[in-house]
Design a protein around this ligand. Structure first.
Ligand SMILES: [Zn+2]
Length: 491
């Protein structure tokens, strides 16, 4: 099949007029102009249109597959450290439905591959949740890098926990102690789960599913656990993704703990390497950015989430300038709770260009790469994703280019600038993944989204159990104390 459009982003951020790709057995076998490919593959059926723009499917380099945004689930935005308390009180949505619906929304926003960092509802049943989640993504037709998650320390408070607990009013202490417990999943059970999921789901040929290790975050995992995750990933030819330096308090924790930065400490343990992707990195020290580049560590940048959870703005221009591979992730926290990856790239691009003549300039091409080629590298390693080039997977999007231009033909504007400045999920018309159409005319071809919505609504309508209500009340009661504790950590 030949897929063509009036403008095509063929292996470059410079669009090609009347560009096309030829797709065979899920792969791109040739790119060029429509005319060239028509001459070479005359009998191949054609799809496309002059008013469309053809681009590679985007890669969402860090997310959680919750189905709905957290504000929609009743967990209002707050500082990460207090916001996390409320996560346990969100309504339980069936993990299959959450993944299928999240996947459908991502596909409709032009995303063809997502990193799913799992937030277990039941740690002792993560296997069942993982299977259901992977099935949900597969059924809707989106690629997933699935991260089963593990933590082994520092729940509730990163350090000085006994002092914190002792400072609480006595009636709050039992609830705080429950929040402070390490979840019931030890190293042995975790890596057995990784082995099992990897054996059953990891697809090193077509890259529909990757299984990657995920110690949840630097402060929540011991050096031993992180080291073991790295060894497991290298033994299995896969990757590790962790949350890292999301908040200033995490940076402070590293200083208190080791008298040095997180990056330098992890480097001293041998954890840093091209197998690793670190999500957030808002509070990375400027001096440490070259270390990330030297070790080949990738970063998943989450600008909306970092604004909504009041974490800050990551130094993306410095990372790109040093040669760090940067992808962009929605983290379930798009500004409009709509999983719009095009708008997320727009926000990332805008924030990356800081005030002042001395600040470096991040070009549209850099941010385009973060959404495609670099994003694929950060999320799926060396898998042939993120480019419209021969040998790459046929993961592509057709946008309504005339609508992006609001009905004009904007001859004078740079199409790459227009794409990043004006396009949104509303303009996505058709999406092909692995050579098959999964969205046509803005509608999933795989699953009935209205049915998913009805079934998720039924989960949302279920009243919380007495235990869930108690958990929510305890979380709300603890918030001011946790906030006061970290306020004492201001540098
Ligand atoms: Zn996250």
């Amino acid at each position: 099949m030949i897929v063509w459009a009036g403008q095509a982003m063929l292996d470059t951020h410079e669009p090609v007029r009347a560009g096309a790709v030829c797709v065979e057995d899920g792969r791109i076998v040739a790119v060029g102009t429509r005319e060239e490919l028509h001459a070479r593959y005359g009998d191949a059926p054609e799809e496309g249109g002059d008013d469309l723009l053809l681009m590679p499917a985007l890669v969402n380099s860090h997310d959680h597959g919750r189905g709905l945004g957290t504000a929609s689930l009743g967990v209002g935005d707050d500082l990460l450290e207090t916001w996390l308390l409320g996560l346990g009180a969100q309504p339980t949505i069936d993990p299959y439905l959450a993944a299928a619906y999240d996947g459908a929304r991502l596909l409709r926003s032009g995303v063809g591959a997502v990193a799913h960092s799992h937030n277990p509802r039941r740690w002792d049943d993560q296997r069942a949740e993982a299977e259901a989640t992977i099935r949900g993504y597969r059924d809707v037709g989106i690629r997933v890098a699935f991260h089963p998650v593990v933590v082994d320390q520092n729940q509730l408070i990163y350090a000085q926990r006994d002092g914190f607990l002792a400072s609480l009013p006595p009636d709050l202490r039992p609830a705080a102690e429950r929040f402070a417990q390490v979840p019931p999943l030890d190293d042995g059970a975790y890596f057995a789960l990784c082995d099992d999921l990897h054996a059953r789901f990891h697809d090193a040929e077509r890259h529909t599913v990757h299984i990657q290790a995920s110690p949840a975050g630097g402060q929540w995992c011991s050096d031993e656990l992180i080291g073991r995750a790295v060894r497991w990933a290298r033994d299995h030819g896969t990757r590790v993704q962790m949350h890292m330096l999301e908040t200033r308090y995490q940076r402070h924790y590293a200083r208190q703990q080791w008298g040095t930065s997180f990056v330098r400490h992890l480097d001293s343990t041998g954890a840093l390497g091209p197998w690793l992707t670190l999500a957030h990195m808002v509070w990375v020290d400027p001096d440490d950015i070259p270390i990330l580049a030297q070790r080949g560590v990738a970063v998943a940048h989450n600008p909306s989430s970092n604004l909504r959870l009041r974490s800050g703005v990551a130094p993306v221009a410095a990372m790109l300038g040093a040669g760090v591979t940067v992808g962009v992730g929605l983290d379930g926290h798009a500004l409009d709770e709509d999983q719009d990856h095009l708008r997320e790239l727009r926000l990332a691009w805008t924030l990356a260009n800081a005030p002042g003549a001395a600040s470096p300039t991040v070009e549209a091409a850099d941010m385009w790469a973060a959404g495609t080629t670099a994003g694929a590298q950060a999320t799926f390693g060396d898998a042939p994703l993120g480019r419209l080039a021969p040998g790459y997977a046929a993961d592509l999007v057709l946008l309504d280019w005339r609508a992006v231009q609001s009905g004009f033909v904007l001859h004078h504007a740079d199409p790459a600038d227009l794409l990043l400045r004006r396009a949104s999920r509303a303009h996505v018309r058709h999406v092909m993944i692995d050579g098959a159409w999964v969205v046509r005319d803005g509608v999933s071809c795989r699953l009935d989204e209205a049915d998913l919505v009805r079934r998720i609504q039924a989960d949302l309508d279920r009243p919380p159990s007495a235990e869930e209500r108690r958990q929510g009340e305890a979380a709300r009661a603890l918030v001011p104390y946790v906030r006061r504790f970290y306020a004492g950590w201001e540098e």
